[in-house]
Design a protein around this ligand. Sequence first.
Ligand code: HPA
Length: 280
Amino acid sequence: MKEFLGMEDIQRVSELVMERISSRPTVGMILGSGLGSLADQVQDAVFVDYADLPNWPESTIEGHSGRLVIGVLEGQSVMIMQGRAHYYEGYHISQIGLPVKVMQVMGIETLLVTNAAGGVNPGFNPGDLMLINDHINLIGMGGLSPLRGPNIDVLGPRFPDMMNAYDSDLRKIALEVADELKISLQQGVYASLAGPNFETPADLRFLHCIGADAVGMSTAPEVIVARHGGIKVLGMSGISNKANLDGNTPTTHEEVLEAGQVIAPKLINIVKGILKRIDD
Ligand code: HPA
């Protein structure tokens, strides 16, 4: 596996996907743990297994499947990643960025990302939804950027801006949709860590101090690639557990999956409402 994927690698994958579909999707979606059932509602669905796409990172985690679902959802032409891979699974960071680069080459203009996250904000409870207003990319600050390596100038600039990374117009739509559906939606900053271990109580107190409201092991790399390519992003976290700031309660993958069952129906309804409102 090469460390840096080039335009030819990205084009090869996008051609393989485009061979299988008759019209181009405009909205990309990356669904985290527990949201797979949204992909089952896609009409005229075409499925492409990640295993058939060279260099595409496959998820090895329970609760994540591994395929693209391309079709129509709430009147939008969508390409859904049903399951995502994480850096801790052993991939190069450039591979984690590949799917979004492929989306860009295919002409996708909007990306909806969801994840499961621990609630660092003491006001958050398991089962809450959080609209991501911004992120703190701790793994990126340590040097792990999906944009590391030769810049692909046709995709975006060497030094992409990260203002409005989570698009303010899309956030406004999300808040309106949540209000209409009477689903309460928290807002906050998502901190991206590499994982796979959960945080120590000292890690969590640090995250709280630096302004994080939620913490997880994904999302920032994909969002950075999207912004590099000019794709608008909307992100939402399902708060699956309360961060253990006091050091008394262990965090388990089981509770993350369990909370996912409470979160999924709410998140699915908001996502569907947003899709209805996104302009082509
Ligand atoms: N920490 C990091 N990632 C997570 C958590 C957490 O507490 N919960 C779900 N994903």
